[in-house]
Design a protein. Sequence first.
Length: 301
Amino acid sequence: MNPLDDIVAPMRADPQAVATSPETDMSTLRGKTLFITGASRGIGLAIGLRAARDGANVVVAAKSNVPNPKLPGTIHSAAEAIEAEGGQALAVMCDIREEDQVQAAVALAVERFGGIDILVNNASAIWLRGTLDTPMKRYDLMNQVNARGTFLCSQVCLPHLLKAENPHILTLAPPPNLDPRWWAPHTGYTLAKMGMSFVTLGLAEEFRSRGVAVNALWPRTVIATDAINMIPGVQISHCRYPEILADAAHAILTTPSRQLTGQFIIDEALLRERGTLDFSQYAVDPDQPLLPDLFLDEALP
């Protein structure tokens, strides 16, 4: 049993929820401005592309300003792809460890688009090694990017989110889990990643009464991104594409903010609840068994 079960509430509607006015279409992100960290590739880019198809404004905030032979994609190529899908894009070089860079990036976003409606905390650092194989440089990087970066970006965006009509903070983080089996193999990474989860838990309650939705989203299976190279023995054929998270994020971000907050949401569970029946479309190889992601206790069927 997860020791945190008693403090992590199941999905529920907020009793203070307000009805959507006839003039407001919450089913689309058209005209909304999303500030997405780590959006030059992978999950962040997929979320940006899905929003772009609605006609959203997407701020691509990441460090990848020039091409890297080991990692495809830059903020500029991501911005081009987003605009090709029908959105408006702003590419901003931003290291979320640096407060002045985050403040400058948010200021540019507000200057360009007039505000921020949604923050997606996607940027994350990973190092799946034991304590004796974790240099402090790696440990510090994970905590600066994951927990601190999530807190910093949320802090800087919140004054603008509080002015938005349907404000959301969505963080790519797992449900809090104190089971030692998820800690022992990579204590440093688990601590940093759970830090993102606890920032979500705290901000959700802090800003619940002010109408800002703060939720976390986590994949049911391992996702085919460059991060899988950090997981020993993982074959891409056993993964799903990032688009499953993009579709789940879209479902969350088009929900009235007062009706869904403080939740740790699993992509497949939400999409099933919203009516998706065929998940083979998301599989890299539908004929291969899927590999469950980290931090989830329930086995795949």
